[in-house]
Design a protein around this ligand. Structure first.
Ligand code: PEP
Ligand code: MG
Length: 582
């Protein structure tokens, strides 16, 4: 039996597929003569076309013609005579095919970038995409097609990225195992959003699992077995069936209203980071999107998404949500994430560094593009709000608000329609914002408590570091007291307050949120029915009693075992295995 950090509950059994992100370094390649290099290039282009046609057909059946058109568009770009001529020219000059691809695509991308039309500029990103895939084909002879992983796959990798999740066939993935990641890392959040059992932070994972090994993963306990014996496997199968049954039993809450036992209504919304997750949010019957992590739109690419591209995405999500709310959080690109066009320095402590509102205020061009796109989306989008991340004080909030006002003026001058009335709220996720909550509540239109960061900053325990897992816990009484302070401050100023950190779906905290007077939950799509059911079990009298006692504890373990006991006291309505491990 092996162990890691349990991040997404449930049991999965299947064959391991080890995904290794390949290097694009071709510096070791030696020129093999003009003809040979040209032949290599032509082979790679042919393989690219075959693969892309397959992908387009796949996408068309799954998501429709519009999505497949993007892939087909790249095929057309690859046929550009100028691009092909440039590649050939570089080979004629004695460059290896990889270098020829790199130089020619770079040249063409720069040409697109210098054009004034935004649609043309966006093609530069397609060019960079072509470059990457062609170089992979030249170096390895194939691209790894994640979309073709078979049913019953246990996905094993160093780090689960957004790129992977966007490309693998979710329904075929039994479970996920990764080397990096902690409970509230974005990769863990992705696994939960997709409802796939997952264990992360397994240091020696790649030494213990081989391709095609049979793996049993218990994402609730964090335990997994490689090639287990028949007894263990049988036990695993039973657990898996129980888990599935519990999940199915929860599905009735997809269409039930978000209400506590007294009949008081709340909003149970979703955290999303892509269009795909917006569809999931709708599928699970959420009351809207309480947190759209827009930074994902800026990652895995060589140039930032243009104002138009962002506008399109926001409009699509707004369209999926209809009358329900959509809270767009401005980008929060932590220093832990690689974004080539931001040209950022390596920081010794990225989580204490240049991210969130700090970075946005320091990069008016990038921030302006995003704010204008959101303001413009607000014309058609029925119920859009702007949310600012990592605010530490009133000065930052006021500076961001005046920046937004200036962007409104510039849109006005250009005669571009926008919605001037979008509410501007903040994430409360730093201890400074907690302490100043009553002052911030006078300037912010709403609060959303980000317990993922708040917990790491209150406890000085890195949320990504598996070694800090023992300390990093929202059950720490200091976190509980902070949540109380923030909700009370919002209530006293009469602004709505929600919670969007992963602690939002923590069953033990549900009565506490009710008692404090929280208005909105924002959770991963698959957790919507779960939270609704938990809400429905509590009335204010019981919730107040639990909360009063909870506030008396002074250690994480006392508070956590007390709340777990309270949750179990309502267990006659549900089986313990359907509870979130958090
Ligand atoms: C949080 O910090 O709680 C949060 C929801 O934001 P993120 O996880 O994106 O930092
Ligand atoms: Mg955060």
């Amino acid at each position: 039996m092996l162990k890691g950090v349990p991040v997404s509950p449930g049991t999965g059994i299947g064959r391991a597929f080890i995904y290794r992100d390949v290097s694009l370094d071709y510096s070791y390649r030696i020129f093999s003569g003009k003809e040979k290099e040209l032949e290599r290039l032509h082979e790679a282009i042919k393989a690219f076309k075959t693969e892309w046609q397959k992908r387009a057909a796949n996408l068309e059946t799954k998501m429709g013609r519009k999505e497949s058109a993007i892939v087909l568009g790249q095929l057309i770009l690859l046929d550009d005579p100028f691009l092909n001529q440039e590649m050939k020219k570089a080979i004629d000059l004695g460059q290896v095919a990889e270098a020829a691809v790199s130089a020619a695509t770079g040249h063409v991308a720069q040409m697109y970038l210098s054009m004034s039309d935004e649609m043309m500029q966006a093609r530069a990103q397609d060019m960079y995409c072509i470059r990457e895939e062609l170089i992979k084909l030249l170096l390895y002879g194939k691209t790894i097609s994640l979309s073709e992983l078979p049913p019953g796959t246990v996905f094993v990798t160093e780090e689960l990225t957004h790129f992977i999740c966007a490309n693998f066939p979710v329904g075929n993935i039994e479970a996920i195992l990764t080397v990096t990641g902690g409970k509230t890392s974005h990769s863990a959040i992705l696994a939960r959003a997709l409802g796939i059992p997952a264990i992360m932070g397994i240091e020696d994972l790649l030494l213990n699992v081989t391709d095609d090994a049979l793996v049993l993963v218990d994402g609730t306990s964090g335990e997994f077995y490689v090639n287990p014996d028949e007894d263990i496997l049988e036990e695993g199968r039973q657990k898996k069936n129980e888990w599935r049954e519990n999940q199915e039993a929860l599905l009735v809450y997809m269409t039930r209203p978000s209400m506590d036992k007294d009949g008081k209504s709340y909003l149970v919304q979703c955290n999303i980071s892509s269009l795909g997750e917006a569809y999931l949010a709708k599928k699970y019957g959420s009351d809207g999107v309480g947190l759209f992590r827009t930074e994902m739109l800026f990652m895995d690419r060589q140039i930032p998404p243009s104002e138009e591209e962002q506008l399109n995405t926001y409009l699509k999500v707004a369209d999926i949500m209809g009358e329900k709310g959509l809270v767009i959080r401005t980008m929060d690109i932590g220093g832990d994430k690689k974004v080539p066009y931001l040209n950022r320095q390596q920081e010794p402590n990225p989580f204490l560094g240049f991210r969130g509102i700090r970075q946005s205020l320091a990069d008016p061009a990038l921030f302006g593009m995003q704010i204008r796109a959101v303001l413009r989306a607000g014309v058609q989008g029925k119920n859009i709000k702007i949310m600012l991340p990592l605010v530490t004080g009133v000065d930052e909030l006021l500076e961001a608000k005046s920046f937004i006002e200036k962007e409104k003026e510039s849109l006005e001058e250009k005669g571009i329609p926008f919605n001037p009335h979008l509410p501007v709220g903040i994430m409360v996720e730093t201890p400074a914002a907690v302490q100043l909550a009553s002052v911030l509540a006078k300037e912010a239109d709403f609060f959303s408590i980000g317990t993922n960061d708040l917990t790491q900053y209150i406890l000085a325990a890195d949320r990504l570091n598996p070694r800090m897992d023992y300390l990093y816990s929202h059950f720490h009484p200091a976190v509980l007291k902070s949540i109380e302070m923030v909700i009370l401050a919002a209530k006293s100023q009469g602004i709505p307050v929600g919670i969007c950190g992963e602690a939002a779906a923590s069953p033990g905290f549900i009565p506490i949120y009710i008692s404090f007077g929280l208005d909105e939950w924002s959770v991963n799509p698959a957790e919507v029915p779960f939270v609704r059911r938990e809400l429905s079990l509590w009335d204010i009298k019981d919730a107040n009693e639990v909360t009063k006692k909870a506030l008396e504890f002074s250690t994480t373990s006392e508070l956590s075992s007390f709340l777990q006991k309270e949750v179990r006291s309502k267990a006659f309505l549900r089986s313990a295995s359907s509870l979130s491990p958090r």
